[in-house]
Write a protein that binds this ligand. Structure first.
Ligand SMILES: Cc1cc2nc3c(=O)[nH]c(=O)nc-3n(C[C@H](O)[C@H](O)[C@H](O)COP(=O)(O)O)c2cc1C
Length: 251
């Protein structure tokens, strides 16, 4: 994990969690049952979870974009949340497909952005997403790579939510403590690096969209998960879910 630990998580607790996780992995007869054994199936469309560890915990906003619950990415989301909550963080989540988030910029929105008119009102759904960001300490994006990008649903979210006067210009967006991109990809990391796709995606997400909007940023790709080779996909399944859990736990 690229984050330096700014929180003082108990080493003992981490060791215990890791050994519990290893035990579950050893016991798991089928990968789809592994993390449900850790009772993770609580990341629905829109939920809020509170813990009593106020001193160390962060409020985390997860922006999730995958069109299907019958996907590997859904398990990544659940494992990440399991790690996050085990570490004592609270979270809110926008599941963009389930919410039916409107990704089409209206002509009025275009006019506002193109003419730098932050005096003009924003649509309610956009203002709601911006309020969620400003109510949190960290922002996490979880999605599958589609054509070397985020799904159009998430691109549309950026088009509409990253508005003038909020994300740029005279910004009202807070500077977040942390931001994390956690995405699944069909290709291997080696392939993505060889053809420049990895750097392209990282540059766009961390270098442009997040830029200095978060103090600490990380980009994690869970690779080789395409259904074109089910053996490879299954071989990577548990390892990637453990990475997702740890990314949540060490956020
Ligand atoms: C329309 C579409 C485009 C995709 N494009 C890419 C791509 O450009 N690069 C890549 O590595 N994987 C690509 N994939 C594979 C996805 O990242 C895949 O969904 C991922 O392995 C996660 O699996 P899941 O859909 O079961 O969650 C694509 C998948 C779809 C459906």
């Amino acid at each position: 994990m690229a984050f330096s630990a700014s929180q003082e998580h108990s080493k003992l607790k981490l060791a215990l969690l890791d050994s519990a996780l290893q035990k579950k992995i050893g016991q798991g007869s089928h990968h789809r049952g592994l993390f449900s054994a850790l009772s993770i199936n609580r990341a629905c469309t829109w939920c809020f979870y509170k813990t009593d560890k106020k001193d160390l915990s962060m409020n985390v906003f997860i922006v999730y974009a995958h069109p299907s619950e019958d996907s590997f990415t859904r398990y990544v989301r659940d494992s990440f949340i399991e790690g996050l909550t085990a570490a004592g963080h609270s979270y809110i989540i926008s599941d963009l497909y389930k919410m039916g988030f409107n990704t089409d910029m209206s002509e009025a929105e275009y006019y506002r952005e193109a003419n730098y008119r932050d005096d003009l009102l924003l649509p309610n759904d956009v203002a709601t997403e911006q309020n969620k960001i400003n109510s949190c300490d960290a922002l996490v994006f979880i999605y599958p790579v589609f054509w070397t990008e985020a799904p159009a649903k998430l691109l549309g979210w950026f088009n509409r939510v990253w508005t003038y006067g909020f994300a740029y210009g005279n910004r009202s967006m807070k500077q977040l403590k942390k931001a994390l991109i956690l995405c699944t990809a069909g290709h291997s990391l080696q392939h993505l690096k060889e053809y420049g796709h990895y750097n392209a995606m990282k540059t766009v997400m961390l270098g442009d969209r997040l830029f200095d909007r978060a103090k600490e940023k990380a980009f994690i790709i869970l690779d080789s998960t395409a259904k074109s080779d089910m053996k490879v996909r299954e071989a990577n399944w548990d390892k990637h879910l453990k990475t997702a859990f740890e990314a949540g736990h060490s956020l």
